[in-house]
Design a protein around this ligand. Structure first.
Ligand code: FAD
Length: 465
């Protein structure tokens, strides 16, 4: 039986990044992956393919609707969904192949097959052809991630009623699409198909979309997505989804009113659940919690000595960058280092257009906690770069401690918010104040100047509005 210092089960961003860090630290490392390619949800059916489809659909929408004001005259722009999906597959292939290359570089063994614990310190790997290999693991890291959830009575067939995975693979633009759930996955994939021509109806049980975000982002994003043609049915519960031939009927209830929406496709995006199926947890005496998550202490230790868990399977914010940070920290802890994941500063991003990005606390949270805070905001309609590129929908908002000026939260709606938010992430890691940002020279003309202006606005000193 081959013996490893570290065996990681699952090659998503948590697992593969954790394995690379473990190898860098000198551990003999292996990763067990049951799927044909490395990279997990994120690279295969999550972050990366969704961003590829968002970019393609954005270009189509831009070519159709936004070129004429620039004096660019095109004929009718058409979409070739097959080609778009093929391009997405190539992007995925490049990145998953890249992980395989990184494994070679770092001498990490890829154990191909389904991993399960035989007993503490021993992991069986069952390959697709049924052969089983058992390896020894001084330390085992469970990074088995998550899979899409559904709602009672709704069966996902990945044809008419799809999860996010199916919604990345439609062979043509559905005439109509019902998206169940107004979270980040539903809104991103709803945007993709809406831009390509679908009539998209988002059904959300709560009274708002992206409820975890700052209220200004909720109202700002709702307004722009509605202007883009997405229809929202809030405070509305899905009662049933019936497939009839190649279409579906979605019965929804809002207050006393029940109605049926017919749609070509239905996307169920109501969240994700942890995945620990056939992992042999019973063989090592490890029991998931009531929701299926694995419980760990602050050092990612489960209750079983030598067994750790990271990423989506331990819950918290189910995001790739959070999983990666945990992978790195877990490997460093095994090497006796003292890393810390700063859960206060996990950026949350939606790749709609404009994008939404947020870090730290929301205004609702500060009010609820009774913190005395100040607010600074700068709207993109007064930003030179935003006007020159025709992207004036959005703002930068900063929340600071009223006594110390320390930044407590930052919330951005802007075309490149996903890139801009990291100025705040870095600043807040160093306990920056609004004054620190306001005193920092920002290049002109950039949308990032709105960050400086928002910081100035905390002290009533905005220059361009
Ligand atoms: P996963 O990526 O889920 O990987 C787990 C891996 O473990 C899988 O490869 C699985 O096959 C393997 N595995 C499971 N059990 C076993 C076993 N017993 N034996 C062997 N292998 C096993 N996050 C972001 O931060 N930004 C985004 O823009 C973003 N967009 C997303 C878009 C979509 C459509 C989806 C679905 C998700 C998105 N996410 C995004 C979330 C992100 O994908 C996850 O948070 C992230 O992948 C979690 O990483 P992980 O390593 O914990 O697990």
């Amino acid at each position: 039986m081959e013996q490893f210092d570290v065996v990681v089960i699952g090659s998503g961003p948590g697992g593969y990044i954790g394995a690379i860090r473990a190898a860098q630290l000198g551990f003999k490392t292996a990763v067990v992956e049951k799927d044909a390619t490395l990279g997990g949800t994120c690279l295969n059916v999550g972050c990366i393919p969704s961003k590829a489809m968002l970019e393609s659909s954005h270009l189509f929408h831009k070519a159709n609707q936004e070129l004429a004001p620039h004096g660019i005259i095109t004929g009718r722009v058409q979409v070739d969904v097959k080609k778009m999906v093929e391009r997405k597959a190539k992007v995925v292939q490049q990145l998953t192949g890249g992980v395989a290359g990184l494994f070679k570089k770092h001498k990490i063994t890829w154990l191909k097959g389904h991993g399960s614990f035989k007993k503490p310190g021993e992991i069986a790997v069952r390959a697709a052809d049924g052969t089983e290999t058992v390896v020894g693991a001084k330390h085992a890291i469970i990074a088995t991630g998550s899979v899409p959830s559904s709602i009672p009575g709704v069966t996902i067939d990945e044809k008419v009623v799809v999860s996010s995975t199916g919604a990345l693979e439609f062979d043509k633009v559905p005439g109509s699409l019902v998206v169940i759930g107004g979270g980040y996955i539903g809104l991103e994939l709803g945007s993709v198909w809406s831009r390509l021509g679908s009539h998209v109806t988002v059904v959300e049980f709560q009274d708002k979309i992206i409820p975890m975000m700052d209220e200004s982002l909720i109202s700002g994003l709702s307004r722009v997505l509605q202007a883009q043609g997405l229809e929202f049915k809030l405070k509305t519960a899905v009662q049933a989804v019936k497939v009839k031939g190649d279409r579906a009927e979605v019965t929804v209830k809002s207050g006393d009113k029940t109605e049926t929406i017919e749609a070509d496709r239905v996307l169920v995006s109501v969240g994700r659940k942890p995945f620990t199926e056939k992992l042999g947890l019973e063989n090592i005496g490890l029991k998931p919690d009531a929701k299926g998550f694995l419980t760990v202490d602050q050092n990612f230790r489960t209750s079983v000595p030598g067994v750790y868990a990271i990423g989506d399977v331990i819950g918290g914010l189910m995001l790739a960058h959070k999983a990666e940070e945990e992978g790195v920290a877990c490997a460093e802890l095994l090497a006796g280092e003292k890393p810390k994941v700063n859960y206060r500063l996990v950026p949350g991003i939606l790749y709609t257009h404009p994008e939404v990005a947020s870090v730290g606390q929301t205004e609702q949270e500060l009010r609820k906690a009774g913190v005395s805070y100040k607010k600074g905001q700068f709207n993109l309609r007064a930003n030179g770069r935003a006007i020159s590129i025709g992207e004036t929908d959005g703002f930068v908002k900063i929340l600071t401690n009223a006594d110390t000026d320390e930044i407590l939260g930052a919330h951005i709606l802007a075309p490149n918010a996903s890139e801009m938010i990291h100025e705040f992430c870095l600043g807040m890691e160093f306990n920056a104040t609004a004054e620190d940002i306001a005193l920092t020279m920002h290049g002109h003309p950039t949308i990032s100047e709105s960050i400086k202006e928002a910081a100035l606005s905390v002290h009533g000193r905005t220059l361009n509005a």
